[in-house]
Design a protein around this ligand. Structure first.
Ligand SMILES: NC(=O)c1ccc[n+]([C@@H]2O[C@H](COP(=O)([O-])OP(=O)(O)OC[C@H]3O[C@@H](n4cnc5c(N)ncnc54)[C@H](OP(=O)(O)O)[C@@H]3O)[C@@H](O)[C@H]2O)c1
Length: 281
C-alpha cells in the first residue's frame, strides 16, 4: 500500500504527545505510519469519538450528517474513525444519531474503504468478529428498520413499547432487547451491552446520549477531533455541544487527562482519559 496514494492520506498524522503507558495492539505497519504510532485499549473500555468545531459544536439542528459538515469530510478524521471502529467489539449509537445518518454503516470499511484490509488485520489479530456489532439505543423504538446497518450484526436496546413496535420488522441479523417500561437508565443500557460480552466498546453518540454517559461516569476515554472552523449560529439554528443537557461540570467523570495529541494539517486529534485529573497549577 502506498501511503502517498490520494485514496489513503496525503500525509501521516503527526504525533505531538503520547502517554508512554498506553496499551498497544499489534497493528499493521501501514497504519502505524499513518497514525504516527500504535493504538490499543484496556480490555474493559468504553470510548467515544466525536468531531467538534473550534467552538465546541458537534451537531447542527436540521442538518443530516452534522459530523461530516463539521469535519469538512476530512480524510484524516475518517481515517481515525476507521481505526477506532476497527478496534471495537461493538459500536453504540443513540436513536437521534441513527435517524440523522441514513444509510451510514458504523464499520471501519464504510468510512475508509481504502484501508479495509489493514483494519481487518487488526480485528483478526485481536480475534474480534469480522465487524463490530452495531448497538442502537432507542427508548421509543422509532428507527427505520430498512436502514442498511441493521442487515449486519446489530442489537436494538429499547423499552417494552419499543420492542412491540419493532418486533417482526427487523432483519434476522438484528436482535431486540427490551430493558424496561419507561426510558431505561444509561447504566442499564451499558450493563446490557456488557451482558452481550462486549468489553471494548466505542460510542459515536450523539451528544444527548454522551451527556448521560459522562454524568454517570461510564465513559472511560474520549477521542475528539477539533476541526478548524467556527459555526455561525445564525446560519445553523440551534446547535449542540459535546455533552448536551447534562450538568456535568465538576463531576469526577467530566475531568480528563490528556493521553495523546496528534495533528493533520489544521485538524487536532485529542485523546483523553476521563475521571482522572493531572493536578492543577
Ligand atoms: N459531531 C459528531 O461527531 C457527531 C457524532 C454523533 C452524532 N452527531 C450529531 O448529533 C445529532 C444527534 O444527537 P442528539 O443529541 O440529538 O441525539 P442522540 O444522543 O444521538 O439520541 C438521542 C436519542 O437516543 C435515545 N436515547 C438516549 N438516551 C437513552 C436511554 N437512556 N435509553 C433509551 N434511549 C435513549 C432516544 O431515542 P428515541 O427518541 O428513539 O427514544 C433519544 O431521543 C445528529 O445531528 C448527529 O449528526 C454528531
Amino acid at each position: 500500500m502506498s501511503l502517498s496514494s490520494p485514496t489513503v492520506l496525503d500525509r501521516p498524522l503527526t504525533c505531538l504527545f503520547e502517554d508512554p503507558g498506553l496499551p498497544a495492539y499489534r497493528v499493521p505497519q501501514a497504519l502505524i505510519e499513518l497514525y504516527g504510532g500504535s493504538i490499543g485499549f484496556p480490555e474493559l473500555c468504553l470510548y467515544a469519538n466525536f468531531v467538534a468545531s473550534i467552538d465546541g459544536i458537534v451537531a447542527l439542528e436540521q442538518r443530516d450528517r452534522s459530523g461530516t459538515v463539521i469535519s469538512g469530510g476530512s480524510a484524516a478524521d475518517r481515517f481515525v474513525m476507521g481505526l477506532l471502529r476497527a478496534c471495537a467489539e461493538a459500536v453504540v449509537v443513540a436513536g437521534g444519531t441513527f435517524r440523522a445518518t441514513p444509510n451510514h454503516r458504523w464499520i471501519a470499511d464504510h468510512i475508509f474503504p481504502a484501508l479495509a484490509d489493514a483494519f481487518g488485520r487488526i480485528r483478526h489479530d485481536l480475534k474480534r468478529a469480522a465487524q463490530p456489532t452495531l448497538v442502537v439505543v432507542s427508548a421509543r423504538g422509532d428507527i427505520d428498520t430498512r436502514h442498511p446497518p441493521l442487515e449486519g450484526p446489530s442489537l436494538v436496546l429499547t423499552t417494552r413499547e419499543g420492542e412491540a413496535r419493532l418486533r417482526g420488522r427487523v432483519p434476522n441479523s438484528c436482535k431486540i432487547r427490551a430493558l424496561s417500561e419507561g426510558q431505561p437508565s444509561v447504566v442499564s443500557v451499558i450493563d446490557a451491552v456488557r451482558a452481550e460480552g462486549f468489553r471494548t466498546v466505542l460510542t459515536e453518540g450523539g451528544p444527548s446520549f454522551l451527556g448521560q454517559l459522562v454524568a454517570e461516569q461510564l465513559l472511560d476515554e474520549l477521542f475528539l477531533t477539533v476541526a478548524p472552523r467556527l459555526v455561525d449560529p445564525a446560519l445553523e439554528g440551534s446547535r449542540k455541544s459535546l455533552v448536551e443537557a447534562a450538568d456535568v461540570l465538576g463531576r469526577v467523570g467530566a475531568d480528563g487527562r490528556l493521553l495523546s495529541l496528534r495533528r493533520h494539517r489544521s485538524y487536532l486529534f485529542l485523546r483523553y482519559r476521563l475521571g482522572e485529573v493531572d493536578g492543577h497549577e
